[in-house]
Design a binder for this molecule. Structure first.
Ligand SMILES: NC(=O)c1ccc[n+]([C@@H]2O[C@H](COP(=O)([O-])OP(=O)(O)OC[C@H]3O[C@@H](n4cnc5c(N)ncnc54)[C@H](O)[C@@H]3O)[C@@H](O)[C@H]2O)c1
Length: 249
């Protein structure tokens, strides 16, 4: 018996990076998984590799219609959805003044409106499943600020707050909603970033997508008394700074 046997999951942005690792970990634990992404080739290739336990559905998280068809396809193929991982996200760098309004809106659309549309689309299916778990992938940028990341920081703080509102709205339907806050993780999103950004972390390295996926499995399968709460996977990055002690040496 595996920890997610019989569960039906939908993972957005599941074609690569953290989403891909979550898809693989959920399948390993016995779940059937609908992978959604705008990257058709990567999504189809992953589905081919995994086989019958997975389904790929090309869907943009900002489209209400795409959400409706992804949930309908999930139900047709596997049954009602009991796990949703709102993982798809984008990052745009720029100071408050450098960022143009279109970019700001786009980041909020994908990172915040997308998960909201997802929760709306999936909630009726979860009720049919008799309950469920929703994981919203925020960031350490949903716990603190970062220079030149205003749009991203706003979207991830928003998602952290939305998680709490959703946890309250959906509690009586047996649906738990938590946010996950990764620090720097080695994925295509961080491909251009230097390892030196981790020097002030207690665990001074990039994390792996699998380390985030293990938290997702725990939250989906084991964390039966947690809802509305934040789960940090950041190598200790938000714990504090070690710079002062280093400068005293
Ligand atoms: N990598 C990190 O260091 C890190 C840290 C904190 C939080 N996160 C968050 O984790 C999540 C996954 O990030 P990642 O590092 O794997 O990034 P990634 O860029 O490797 O993967 C993101 C996936 O989301 C998909 N996507 C983007 N826009 C989409 C849309 N409109 N509709 C559907 N799919 C879309 C992309 O095609 C891609 O497959 C994101 O929400 C990101 O903000 C990442």
């Amino acid at each position: 018996m595996k920890s997610l046997d019989g569960r039906v999951a939908l993972v957005t942005g599941g074609a690569r990076g953290i989403g891909e690792a979550v898809v693989r970990a959920f399948v390993d634990e016995g779940a059937s998984v609908v992978i959604t992404d705008v990257l058709r080739e990567e999504g189809r290739a992953l589905r081919e590799e995994i086989g019958a336990a997975a389904l790929f559905c090309a869907a943009d998280v900002t489209s209400e219609a795409d959400w409706a068809s992804a949930v309908a396809e999930a139900e047709r193929e596997f049954g009602p959805v009991s796990l949703l991982v709102n993982n798809a996200g984008i990052v745009e760098f720029g100071s408050i003044e450098e960022t143009d309004p279109r970019t700001f809106h786009r980041v909020l659309d994908v990172n915040l409106v997308g998960p909201w549309l997802g929760m709306r689309a999936v909630a009726p299916s979860m009720r049919r499943a008799g309950g469920g778990v929703i994981l919203n992938v925020s960031s350490t940028a949903g716990l603190m600020g970062y220079a030149s990341l205003g749009a991203y920081v706003a979207s991830k703080w928003g998602l952290r707050g939305l998680t709490k509102a959703a946890a309250l709205d959906l509690a009586r339907d047996g649906i738990r909603v938590c946010s996950v806050h990764p620090g720097p993780i080695s994925t295509p999103m961080t491909a251009g970033m230097d390892e030196s950004i981790t020097v002030d972390q207690p665990i001074a390295r990039f994390g792996t997508p699998e380390e985030v996926a293990r938290m997702a499995v725990f939250l989906a399968a084991e964390a039966t008394y947690s809802t509305g709460s934040e789960f940090v996977v950041d190598g200790g990055a938000t714990t504090g700074s070690m710079m002062l002690a280093a400068s005293a040496d």
